[in-house]
Design a protein around this ligand. Structure first.
Ligand code: GLC
Ligand code: MG
Length: 530
């Protein structure tokens, strides 16, 4: 515990995709009891919080991101009692629980939408975004759904279009209606009252759009191979300046409770992202920073990114870094297995709260899904964009179905599950899992790593990215070789001229003395204590 800091500043967040973590009832789909059983793994790794993707009642068109009831639990995952037990067990282990909350849209089966759709006179008509057709019957504007196709669906019965930024089964709520906002804040309080520690707000920046619903301009940067959504710049369909009001109100909801956390899922350029900290930090505590996923994996690019991000943060704004999630190709598939170790060391030594996606601690790959077994809505709507490959079941051991379930899992296991699993890596002093445990232990033990300042070592060039972290007397130097060749770094500017290796990504150089420079093997990173 470091005085004057919040748990979510010191802490490490572990992201669980509930369908794929642990099944306990033999239906091949993960559930709440399963997560509860496996909390030991998360705490044992050295994480402080678990964020769970949606477990609300849902027709599962977008695997839970289409919510039919914000204050319940889908029977597939269990019951509210199961949820309460999970939270209690987490607390006993010292883990915080962060819930996913989906404000921008509901399921088309949510009672609000059924009522809204029933007639133009419905009291809830204005809870969603309804508009007349153009003179020729066309949609009200040119907006495109993130999952491709028009963002508008015609409702025959009431003769109007409704807006859906995602699937037609995910109608957008009208956040300009105060009754909608009040209802959503009540739903947030329902969970805060049950003792959860915060929310991850799904695509929160979509809540406020251009009030005139103007057409989006074409994107001159679009190239074949990019998704259809990127043919247009999302100039009017999200991130309207009135988002400042919504995010401030959401923050006020959590601030009425003690020490809760608000995370925003926001895919925007860094300059725009910073606005979500809010004026005087009255917005999200952590607007998710996805730049490590989006930036080319090269030392100079990443070094420039970190410096830019650090420079743009508002006064007092706390940084954060994300390496993977259920929407993005797995880190091991993006950067390769050898560099995935560098990525882990980077994530867990940068300044700011790290978020770790389940299975990345094993180096799980993207998994080819055989034809006919695809589940993801995006993949079904637009060829080539399925997110199933990064959502396959967690690999616990080498027993049948990898210890995930007693039945055939909802998505196939990665073919490497018999060798790549928690049990085998647990015994291996050089495994990816061991690397994660040791990185987390170091981060927790070192005030410099947990909360210290960050500064780049600008004299280091080429494939190497080096930086320092310091807090009072504690100083750490991190040196990462992004290349596949051996390199000699001549001078690290170590505070005392020399230092000691606390950890190498290869896990075989403990306590070696170094200075003034260091020699790194291909794809090696080291943490040096002054
Ligand atoms: C977020 C979720 C993604 C979902 C989308 C629509 O981006 O992370 O999985 O499909 O929102 O809710
Ligand atoms: Mg199950």
């Amino acid at each position: 515990m470091i005085a004057g800091t919040k748990w979510w500043q010191r802490g490490i967040i572990y992201h669980v995709y509930p369908r794929s973590f642990q099944d306990t009832d033999g239906d091949g789909i993960g559930d709440l009891k399963g997560i509860e059983q496996r909390l030991d793994h998360i705490a044992g790794l050295g994480c402080d919080a678990v964020w769970i993707s949606p477990v609300y009642p849902s027709p599962m068109k977008d695997h839970g991101y289409d919510v039919a009831d914000y204050t319940g639990i889908h029977p597939l995952f269990g019951t509210l009692d199961d949820f309460d037990r999970l939270v209690a067990r987490a607390k006993a282990l010292g883990l915080k629980v962060v819930m996913d909350f989906v404000p921008n849209h509901t399921s088309d089966r949510h009672a609000w939408f059924l009522e809204s759709r029933a007639s133009r006179e419905s009291e809830k008509r204005d809870w969603y975004v309804w508009r007349d057709a153009g003179p020729d019957g066309s949609p009200p504007n040119n907006w495109i759904s993130v999952f491709s196709g028009p963002a508008w669906t015609w409702d025959e019965a009431t003769g109007q279009y409704y807006l859906h930024s995602f699937l037609p089964e995910q109608p957008d709520l009208n956040w300009r209606n105060p009754a909608v906002r009040a209802a959503m804040y009540d739903a947030m309080r329902f969970w805060l009252d049950r003792g959860i520690d915060g929310f991850r707000l799904d695509v929160v920046y979509y809540c406020m759009k251009d009030p005139q619903l103007r057409d989006n301009p074409p994107n001159p940067g679009w190239k074949p191979g990019m998704p259809e959504i990127d043919t247009l710049l999302q100039a009017h369909s999200n991130d309207h300046e009135d988002m400042a009001i919504v995010i401030r109100e959401m923050r006020a909801v959590v601030d009425a409770y003690d020490d809760r956390l608000l995370i925003g899922e926001i895919y925007l350029p860094l300059e725009r992202l910073m606005a979500y900290y809010g004026r005087d930090l009255s917005g999200a505590h952590l607007p998710f920073n996805f730049q490590l996923i989006l930036t080319p994996w090269e030392a100079r690019e990443v070094a420039a990114l970190v410096a830019q991000y650090e420079g743009l943060l508002p006064q007092g704004g706390w940084p954060n870094w994300v390496l993977g999630n259920h929407d993005q190709k797995r880190v091991a598939a993006r950067v390769g297995e050898a560099q995935a170790r560098i990525a882990a060391m980077l994530l867990l030594t940068l300044r700011g709260t790290p978020t770790l996606y389940y299975g990345d601690e094993l180096g799980m790959p993207n998994v080819d899904i055989p034809p006919g077994r695809g589940e993801d809505a995006w993949g079904r709507h637009e060829a080539g964009f399925s997110r199933d490959p990064q959502r396959t079941p967690m690999q616990w051991d080498d027993t049948e179905h990898a210890g995930f379930s007693t039945a055939e899992p909802w998505l196939p296991l990665s073919p490497d599950w018999r060798v790549r699993n928690v049990a085998s890596q647990d015994r291996d002093p050089r495994s990816m899992l061991t690397l994660h445990r040791r990185l987390l232990a170091l981060r927790r033990a070192s005030p410099a790593l947990a909360i210290g300042d960050w500064s780049g070592i600008e004299t280091v060039e080429g494939d190497v990215f080096a930086f320092e972290r310091h807090h009072q007397g504690d100083a750490i130097t991190v040196v990462l070789n992004f290349g596949a060749s051996e390199v000699e770094v001549a001078d690290l500017r170590l505070p005392g001229g020399t230092g000691r290796i606390a950890l190498s990504t290869h896990l075989d150089r403990d306590d070696q003395n170094v200075g003034p420079g260091v020699r790194l093997r291909p794809n090696e990173g080291v943490i040096i204590v002054a």
